[in-house]
Every structure is written in structure tokens, then in C-alpha cells.
Design a protein around this ligand. Structure first.
Ligand code: ADP
Ligand code: TRP
Length: 344
């Protein structure tokens, strides 16, 4: 054995990301993930899917699941994903995701999964009662990414650890099966002021679908009134906004609201401070609320319009599934051959 560096991946660049159909999307999903999808679709072939296989790692009502997939798809379209540019599909329509996940389950090590913090957060105190699927969830995520040989994965900061794991799995597969450069080692695209949007009620926890307080988040489907109320009630402190970014240190809620303003207006947090330095939240919050209504209001309205015609959504998903399978099936055929399976 020599110690040479493994062959680099030489295939095309591809962007891929997924969102679970487990509840209403919120401002964190929008800024951390969706806006990046929209930008990237113009630059690189982009695959965006609704992760219904991931969703059932926790109980989902079978009678609701298809509608939940349609709702996420409507959100994708409403924020500006163009089904002619991006391939949009339901994960369960491409069975190769589950098939590759099995192979990768045999590559990933239990010690690697034991370190995943999202499992610890989601399983809570009674982890022996969580599904095996919830535990193996990050391996399925690696399969999603590697099935398309995706090179770039736009996600929020909370997904960084899963992307590190995906790189480890890809590297071990390439090495163990003597297939240098077969899978790329994908990069997480987590940059940007919206990479970690925090709860409006508590600046120390992330904005999340699963937070019991609806006031903690702005949903994509909230109307102008709801947005205004939530921003008005957002937790803050009594100080004015400083001139310099460093002086926001230790003020988690203030930092979060300035970050949201920056992300929504396409500015840096420093530029926002230049504009508002010396002003308190009594002045800043109405400006933030107006901006949030201007950006988010039309998205909710467009989602409602799209959901009134589910047949069109289903058509887009069926078309996307066909295009996704055209990439996924050859990769899986190669994997079967590499592993030595019967069916090629
Ligand atoms: P949730 O964590 O609310 O259940 P998902 O897991 O479905 O949402 O996340 C979908 C995408 O949105 C992922 O890329 C995730 O990293 C991103 N995301 C979720 N919450 C936030 C947040 N508070 N800030 C930034 N990005 C987020
Ligand atoms: N785990 C991601 C989340 O909770 C969703 C997801 C599933 C995903 N498969 C993916 C994201 C593949 C990026 C790439 O947000």
C-alpha cells in the first residue's frame, strides 16, 4: 500500500438538498436553505427533493403525508424554484435512495452515528424508544447526496455535522471498495447571514418547526397581521443598537433580529447597524416587520394559489421524479457492480 492521496472526484458539479414534509416552513428554512436553492438553480444543475423517507423516522399520518409533500413543493415554487431549471421530486418516488442507504449503512460505523447531535436532540431522554430509522437518518441523508454525486449541498448550519458524516462515508466507500474518486466529497454551503436563524422568543435556540410556541417563528404561510404581531412580541433587550458589530456580542436576541433584517434586505449585519445605530427596538421592530411582510407576504399568497391546483403540483413532481431517476439509476447500477451484488 502506498500513502498517495486518493484520486479526486472528476465528475460534473451538482447541487442537491432536501426538506422534510413535517410541518410549516418558517423564516429559518427560507433564509438557511430555500433562498440558496433559488440562487444556485441558475448556476449549477440543481436537485431539490421533499424528504418523505426522512419524515417517517417519526410518526406521520399516512392520510396527510402526500398533502404535506405538496405543501413543501408549493413553498419551493412560491419562493422561486423553477421546475424547468431545478429537478424537484419526492424522495419516495426514487427507490434507489433507500437501496443506497442500505449499502451505506454497512459502510458507516456505529461510533460515527453515536456522535450525531441531532439524534440526541430529537430522541430526547428516551432514546431506546426512538425508531432505528431516526438513528440511521444521517446515513439516508448521505445516500440522498451521493446517489446524485452531488458536489454542493445548501443547508442551514444545523446540518453541518451530517455533511461531515457524508464526506466520511464517501471516503470510506471509495477506499474500501477500491473505487477512487467514485463518490465526490460534497461541500456544505452554509454561508450567509441566514445560516442560523434563532427563535423570536429565545435567542439561544434555533427557530424550528417543532418549537411548541408559534410565536417563536415566522411561517411562510403567515399573513401580514401575524408577522407584525410576532415581530412586535419578539424578545429583545432595552439597549439601543450599537455602531459596531462587535458591540452586539452577548445580545443574542438583538443579534438575531439584526441578522434577519440583513438577510431579508440583502445587506451585511454591519450595514444594518450603520443605518440603525443609536435607535432602540421601538424604532427598529416596525421597520423589520415591514420588511418581513414585504418579502414573506407574497410567498404565502403564492403558496395558497398553487395549492388550489394540486394536479399541477403532482405533474411537476412526477416529471422531476423521472429526471431524478435518470441520474439515480445509473449510479445505483454502478454501486451494485462495485459491491459485487448479483443484479447489475
Ligand atoms: P426544522 O429544523 O425546522 O425541522 P428542516 O430540518 O426541515 O427544518 O430543515 C430544512 C432546511 O432548513 C435545512 O437545510 C436546515 O438546515 C434549514 N434550517 C432549519 N432551521 C433553520 C434555522 N433556524 N436557521 C437556518 N436554517 C435552518
Ligand atoms: N436532514 C435535513 C434536515 O433535517 C433534510 C435532508 C434530508 C437533507 N436529506 C438531505 C438536506 C440531503 C440536504 C441533503 O433539514
Amino acid at each position: 500500500m502506498t500513502d498517495q492521496a486518493p484520486a479526486p472526484y472528476a465528475g460534473p458539479q451538482r447541487v442537491l438538498s432536501g426538506v422534510q414534509p413535517t410541518g410549516d416552513l418558517h423564516l429559518g428554512n427560507y433564509l438557511g436553505a430555500l433562498v440558496k436553492f433559488v440562487r444556485l438553480q441558475h448556476e449549477v444543475p440543481t436537485f431539490i427533493f421533499v424528504a418523505d423517507l426522512h419524515a417517517i423516522t417519526e410518526w406521520q399520518d399516512p392520510a396527510r403525508l402526500k398533502d404535506q409533500v405538496r405543501e413543501i413543493t408549493a413553498a419551493f415554487l412560491a419562493v422561486g424554484l423553477d421546475p424547468k431549471l431545478a429537478t424537484i421530486f419526492p424522495q419516495s418516488a426514487v427507490p434507489e435512495h433507500a437501496e443506497l442507504a442500505w449499502v451505506l449503512n454497512c459502510v458507516a460505523r456505529i461510533g460515527w452515528l453515536d456522535r450525531m447531535t441531532q439524534f440526541k436532540d430529537k430522541a430526547g431522554k428516551h432514546k431506546e424508544r426512538a425508531s432505528v430509522g431516526l438513528y440511521a437518518y444521517p446515513v439516508l441523508q448521505a445516500a440522498d447526496i451521493l446517489l446524485y454525486k452531488a458536489t454542493h449541498v445548501p443547508v442551514g448550519e444545523d446540518q453541518r455535522q451530517h455533511l461531515e458524516l457524508t464526506r466520511d462515508i464517501a471516503q470510506k466507500f471509495n477506499h474500501d471498495f477500491a473505487a477512487p474518486g467514485f463518490f465526490p466529497l460534497p461541500d456544505a454551503l452554509t454561508q450567509g447571514p441566514g445560516a442560523r436563524v434563532m427563535s423570536l422568543r429565545d435567542g439561544s435556540v434555533k427557530m424550528s418547526k417543532s418549537d411548541p410556541s408559534d410565536n417563536s417563528r415566522i411561517n411562510l404561510t403567515d399573513d401580514a397581521d401575524a408577522i407584525l404581531q410576532k415581530v412586535r412580541k419578539a424578545r429583545t433587550d432595552a439597549e439601543v443598537l450599537p455602531e459596531k458589530l462587535e458591540d452586539l456580542a452577548g445580545r443574542a436576541e438583538a443579534q438575531n433580529l439584526v441578522g434577519i433584517y440583513a438577510a431579508l434586505s440583502g445587506q451585511t449585519a454591519q450595514q444594518v447597524l450603520h443605518e440603525f445605530a443609536g435607535q432602540g427596538f421601538g424604532a427598529f421592530k416596525p421597520k423589520l416587520a415591514d420588511l418581513a411582510v414585504a418579502v414573506m407576504g407574497p410567498i404565502g399568497a403564492e403558496m395558497r394559489r398553487l395549492l388550489a391546483d394540486p394536479a399541477e403540483i403532482d405533474r411537476i413532481l412526477a416529471d422531476g421524479a423521472g429526471r431524478a431517476r435518470a441520474i439515480a439509476a445509473p449510479t445505483m447500477a454502478e454501486v451494485r457492480k462495485i459491491v459485487g451484488f448479483w443484479a447489475g
